[in-house]
Design a protein around this ligand. Structure first.
Ligand code: F6P
Length: 326
């Protein structure tokens, strides 16, 4: 393959994740090093359909990106791209702009789209980026570590006020259908209990745990609730107050603050390594694959496998929270 004529298109799709920009920078500079052209696709799949392309001339065009949160390419969840018609339009736009291969940075929905394009003959490499960490085929997705640090800092602050007033704080984390962020935060923040979709529990059980913590003389309690948990956070707080568990409750829904901020060192490294590897893989002629992190190594997983599995949440980690809440 003549790399000097090769044009790589790069897009970010789905929810933004800290480290997406670092990844775009790595892809662009690795591409330039190989003599390829790199084109930024604005607004995810929507921009691919509309032909919203940004032609970078060189490394300077992607300078200053390493430490920036969000995504300079912008992102969207495109309904149009879910249809055959939308995909056909996207392929047409790509061909008109002479884009030879695509690198798609995003979560499971975005990788689904990547596989759909690959099935229609487009050269595609996926990179997992989603704070939810629900993408199968990688230990960590880009953005997860930064989001966890944001949660940890927030809960540490909430603990100060919780202890001062002897309150139980219910902190809701993002993650859509995954309890990964909640469980990891539960360990890192010393929660009494985590509520998550994978391991459902009852209000009665939570009430007993919190009342027991009160009786043992604790001056606060932290309950982490994944947004996908079977019990809604505000509803749980109301019921705990009704049951009179000792502590009065307060609710904090962390929301989109978890998606923002400058990426941690871990996310910058991960984004850089995945970006460089994606370029190498694409220029080597491979397609329909995702680069990911397994242990310390960057590995490949077929997109068909990635999108047909969900990354499970570790039960051992879930149990650790209860074990250490003494
Ligand atoms: O997938 C990332 C995520 O932040 C989820 O955790 C959350 O459920 C969802 O996106 C929120 O989406 P939106 O930004 O469209 O409100």
């Amino acid at each position: 393959m003549n790399k000097n004529n090769y044009t790589i298109g790069v897009l970010t799709s789905g929810g933004d994740a800290p480290g997406m920009n670092a990844c775009v920078r790595a892809i662009s500079r690795a591409g330039f090093m190989e003599g390829a052209n790199v084109v930024g696709v604005m607004n995810g799949y929507e921009g691919l359909i509309n032909g919203e392309f940004k032609n970078w001339r060189g490394a300077r065009d992607v300078g200053g990106l390493l430490r920036k949160g969000g995504t300079l390419l912008q992102t969207q969840r495109s309904e149009r791209f879910r249809t055959k018609k939308g995909q056909r339009e996207a392929i047409r736009s790509m061909n008109e702009a002479s884009i030879d291969g695509l690198i798609i940075i995003g979560g499971d929905g975005s990788l689904n789209g990547a596989h759909a394009l690959a099935e229609q003959g487009i050269k595609v490499v996926g990179i997992p980026a989603s704070i939810d960490n629900d993408v199968w085929g990688t230990d960590m997705a880009i953005g997860v570590d930064t989001a966890l640090n944001t949660i940890m800092e927030s809960v540490d602050k909430l603990r100060d006020t919780a202890s001062s007033h002897a309150r139980a704080f219910l902190v809701e984390t993002m993650g859509r259908d995954s309890g990964y962020l909640a469980v990891q935060a539960g360990i890192a923040c010393g929660a009494e209990i985590v509520l998550c979709p994978e391991f459902p529990t009852t209000v009665k059980n939570v009430a007993e745990i919190i009342e027991d913590a009160y009786k043992r003389g604790k001056n606060h309690a932290i309950i982490i609730v994944a947004e996908g948990a079977t019990i809604r956070t505000t509803e749980l707080a109301r019921k705990l107050d009704e049951l009179d568990v000792g502590f009065k409750t307060r609710v904090t829904i962390l929301g989109h603050i978890q998606r923002g901020g400058s990426p941690t060192s871990f996310d910058r490294h991960l984004a850089t390594r995945l970006g460089i590897r994606a370029v190498q893989v694409l220029l080597a002629g491979e397609s329909d694959t995702m680069v990911g992190l397994r242990g310390r190594d960057i590995t490949l997983a077929p997109l068909a496998d990635v999108i047909s599995h969900t990354r499970p949440v570790n039960m051992e980690y879930y149990n650790m929270v209860r074990m250490l809440a003494q």
